[in-house]
Design a protein around this ligand. Structure first.
Ligand code: PGA
Length: 251
């Protein structure tokens, strides 16, 4: 049985005090809940150390929003996998569409990051997704295939046990436009088929594939009821503890 994972990508939001407040609110709300899923938060780098202390003893797990593929050295402004481990991160988002488009990260760079994260025992949340223009010209599957094969190049079947994939159509991120459950299901199934061809039926059945793009408490249940959708990567709606909890409770 694969795991359902609800994760909150805070993006570039919340300074230290705001991060503490949001985590404490979430902790309070989760106190009397037994979530039917794994819960992960991805605060900005500057809040990770404190977040790691605040979530001790709770169900909340911690991840970072990005990292660099080198171990250390003259890479001004970058953060390494071992640095993230040292502040309590278990997960790292890689290949987010904002990294791909704003910071021009290629499939090759994302692949290097995925391999580095895995070797440092950080679990990558590997994001893929098509632009609106790509969907409109009917090349969604080609784009997803290129991103999946490029990102996972050289990743072993054993390592696949530590990867979560997130399908995030770029046109649905932060726009309020969600993919319909059937549009999302179609791409999730396509991704699972790709994993089966590249690895095995077992690995394809075991890999968690999250959906991301304007997930909210009122649309989460329908999306999560699709057979190949195993969770959500949430942006905007994770910045308020009650709406993030609403999504967690819809599992
Ligand atoms: P959104 O962001 O929920 O605000 O659309 C999702 C994401 O970028 O992971």
């Amino acid at each position: 049985m694969r795991k359902t994972v609800i994760a909150g990508n805070w993006k570039m939001n919340n300074d230290l005090a705001q991060s503490e407040k949001l985590i404490n609110e979430l902790k309070n709300l989760l106190q009397n809940e037994k979530p039917n899923c794994d819960v992960i938060i991805y605060p900005p780098y500057t809040s990770l150390s404190e977040a790691s202390k605040l979530i001790k003893g709770t169900v909340i797990k911690l991840g970072a929003q990005n990292m660099y593929f080198e171990e250390s050295g003259a890479f001004t402004g970058e953060v390494s996998a071992s640095m993230l481990k040292s502040v309590g991160c278990e997960y790292v988002i890689l290949g987010h569409s904002e990294r791909r488009t704003i910071f021009e990260e290629s499939d090759e760079v994302i692949n290097k990051k995925i391999k580095k994260a895995l070797s440092a025992r950080l679990k990558p949340i590997f994001c893929v997704g098509e632009l609106l223009s790509e969907r409109e010209t009917g090349i969604t599957n080609d784009v997803i295939k290129r991103q999946i094969l490029g990102g996972l190049n050289g990743v072993t079947e054993e390592e696949m046990k530590n990867i979560i994939i997130a399908y995030e159509p770029v046109w649905a991120i932060g726009t309020g436009k969600t993919a319909t459950p059937s549009q999302a299901q179609e791409v999730h199934e396509f991704i699972r088929d790709l994993i089966q061809i590249d690895y095995s039926l077992e690995t394809a059945n075991d890999v968690t594939i999250q959906y991301g793009g304007s997930v909210k408490p009122d649309n989460a249940k329908e999306l999560l009821s699709q057979k190949d959708i195993d969770g959500a990567l949430v942006g905007g709606a994770c910045l308020k503890a009650d709406s993030f909890l609403g999504i967690i409770k819809s599992v």
